[in-house]
Design a protein around this ligand. Structure first.
Ligand SMILES: NC(=O)c1ccc[n+]([C@@H]2O[C@H](COP(=O)([O-])OP(=O)(O)OC[C@H]3O[C@@H](n4cnc5c(N)ncnc54)[C@H](OP(=O)(O)O)[C@@H]3O)[C@@H](O)[C@H]2O)c1
Length: 224
């Protein structure tokens, strides 16, 4: 994100402002995961997803007996995604989390290897613990969440995020409509997720932060 807390500019396009060290850091996190989850807004902005390319990281995956690429999963309730996006040509396993109506759009294609259809009753609000349990049944134990802000708000709201890696980049984007790391309705300060800083690192002008999300406190959060 930019120093002023934006993850893209006001045109909500792809964010390509971070340096090579940050991209390598991101690839490392993707390479550690069994699955990668991102929102439809993010896929529409980028058109592609980040696959593992580093020979070292690929070798480490093989050593851990993971398949070469994590499953690249998009969350799109409507399923309204352009099949011409480059993502659909990338040599990665693809997954879709959607509604019954969204799944219907893809029924005649084999562009997704796995489609998780979430029953309507579990989409108001979205029952992420249930979705994550389905992933687990499919062998996805370690999931990397790549944003955008709407999807991150969903998972944070369900207390489904355990660690956060944030890179602060040396630019200022501003703009009321530019997306931030967490959108949605927001959290009141009294019940906001609280974090513990695990590490920080500086590479050139970027700051790499690693936080643990503290378990919700029953007194203030009311969650588990
Ligand atoms: N800097 C970074 O590291 C980074 C990382 C990721 C993303 N980004 C940026 O974040 C932006 C995308 O984030 P985002 O929060 O817009 O999307 P998102 O979290 O990627 O996806 C949002 C999903 O929410 C659904 N949705 C539900 N209610 C919605 C509503 N009222 N309006 C729109 N969508 C709604 C949409 O479903 P449907 O598919 O059914 O429409 C969409 O797929 C892009 O600009 C991207 O570049 C930056």
């Amino acid at each position: 994100m930019s120093l002023d807390g934006k993850i893209a500019d006001a045109q909500r396009g792809a964010a390509r402002f971070s340096a090579a060290a940050d991209l390598a850091h991101l690839e490392e996190k993707v390479a550690a995961a069994d699955g990668v989850l991102f929102g439809g807004g993010t896929l529409r902005a980028y058109g592609t997803t980040l696959s593992v390319r580093s020979p070292d990281l690929l070798a480490q995956r093989r050593q851990r007996r993971q398949r070469d690429q994590p499953v690249q999963i998009v969350w799109s309730p409507s399923g309204n995604l352009d099949p011409q996006l480059r993502y659909f040509q990338q040599p990665v396993p693809r997954g879709l989390v959607t509604t019954a109506a969204g799944a219907q759009r893809w029924a005649e294609t084999d562009l997704f290897d796995t489609v998780w259809v979430v029953p309507e009753a579990q989409t108001q609000p979205w029952d992420w613990p249930w979705v994550l349990a389905q992933f687990k049944q499919g062998g996805i134990h370690h999931l990397a969440l790549l944003g955008g802000g709407r999807l991150t708000a969903e998972l944070l709201g369900c207390r489904c995020v355990h660690e956060i890696f944030m890179t602060v980049c040396p630019l200022i984007l501003g703009g009321a409509t530019a997306p931030s790391p967490v959108e949605g309705a927001g959290f009141l300060a009294a019940v906001a997720p609280r974090l513990q800083l695990l590490s920080h690192r500086v590479v050139a002008d970027e700051v790499f932060l690693h936080y643990r999300v503290r378990p919700a406190s029953p007194e203030v959060g009311g969650g588990s």
